[in-house]
Design a protein around this ligand. Structure first.
Ligand code: KG4
Ligand code: ZN
Length: 337
């Protein structure tokens, strides 16, 4: 079995995955959403302190598996330095004390592997990754070969949902709140700009849209002056603009990428309105769409464990004395993930 740890942001999570069957035998996640809600976003130092309490509590429950562990895996990039360190310290200690190999895992590759937790591995794949930290399209040809085809030039999709919610005085994380409000809203009430609409660039950008939302909130007299219906309408109009932007750029990629399988992963892939839009786009282009089970869309250790299974086969181990937060290198179009 492999024990995997995830602490790159505000979720403390540990999973146990069986090597032979690839089954998740144990999975627990403690989210810190409530603690960060009043700040409208994640406060790194607070997140770090909460991990320091939550991770050992979860680990306690996994003790019965300890004598059957063959490796420990941990997210070591990208993420918040102070929170990654909490998971890394625990993984390092376990690997050393139990005399088992240590596997470093790239968080974004973990998100991609969330697709294979309950389904067989499938390559090649075109993947849209939309999370709180990242927005990109990746051509995944194999475990070794994942090329970034497009990224966001500024904010990520998840972040834009979070900030839109924050501007309207709603809670954190904003994604599920905005999606819910949008169901009651008129998506045509506010004419928000679709980012990069007239640009040939195959890239994403969400910060202009965020500013447009801010202007509407100001025009309506601020969050306190907005009615429930105003908020629903703005949420719906914002979500529609995000959808149109993602679809427009994805279409350009679909036209030149013959790969038949397409997937959406990451926290914002839980959004059913966006999923629906992509189902239609895939139908139009004759592609098959894949998603991870809802419980594995946002950050979790099961996806880290799933990736670690393939890394274990390849013996991609690291010396516990050598592991550190891998530098948060810029992830740009044309680079390998
Ligand atoms: O993948 P994730 O858990 O963490 C990162 O790796 O960043 O993604 C969290 C992000 C948050 O920004 C959250 O607002 C967004 O995913 N999110 C959503 C939805 N559920 C979560 N965004 C849009 N619609 C949703 N239903
Ligand atoms: Zn994530």
């Amino acid at each position: 079995m492999i024990l995997s740890i995830e602490s790159s942001c505000d979720d403390s999570s540990i999973a146990i995955t069986e090597i032979d069957t690839r089954k998740v035998l144990y999975h627990k996640k403690i989210s810190q959403e409530a603690e960060h809600a009043c700040y409208g976003g994640v406060v790194p130092e607070l997140a770090s302190r909460l991990h320091a309490v939550a991770l050992p509590n979860i680990l306690e429950e996994t003790k019965p598996y300890f004598d059957r562990l063959k490796a420990v895996a941990v997210t070591n990039q990208p993420g918040l330095g102070v929170t990654l360190l909490e998971g890394i310290a625990m993984a390092k200690t376990l690997a050393t004390l139990l005399h088992i190999p240590l596997i470093p895992v790239h968080h974004l590759k973990g998100h991609i592997y969330s697709l294979f937790i309950e389904k067989p591995t499938r390559f090649p794949l075109l993947v849209l990754l939309i999370s709180g930290g990242h927005t990109m399209v990746v051509r995944v040809e194999s475990f070794e070969k994942m090329e970034i085809l497009a990224t966001s030039m500024d904010d990520s999709v998840g972040e834009s949902f979070d900030k839109t919610a924050k501007m309207m005085g709603l809670g954190y994380p904003g994604g599920p709140i905005i999606e819910q409000l949008a169901k009651e809203g008129d998506e045509n009430r506010f004419d928000l700009p679709v980012p990069l609409r007239n640009s040939k660039l195959i890239a994403f950008s969400l910060s202009g849209l965020k500013n447009a939302v801010r202007l509407v909130v100001e025009k309506l007299g601020g969050a306190e002056a907005m009615s429930h219906q105003d908020k629903c309408d703005l949420a719906a109009s914002f979500q529609k603009a995000v959808k149109l932007h993602l679809l427009q750029k994805s279409k350009k990629i679909f036209k030149s990428e013959p790969i038949k399988d397409f997937a959406i992963v990451g926290g914002a892939s839980a959004n059913l309105y966006l999923r629906d839009a992509y189902e239609n786009l895939c139908r139009e282009f004759g592609k098959t769409m894949h998603t991870a089970p809802l419980e594995y869309c946002s950050d979790n250790a099961a996806m880290i464990g799933r990736y670690a299974l393939d890394a274990y086969e390849r013996k991609l181990f690291i010396d516990p004395n050598e592991i550190n937060i891998a530098s948060n290198r810029k992830l740009e179009t044309g680079q390998m993930l």
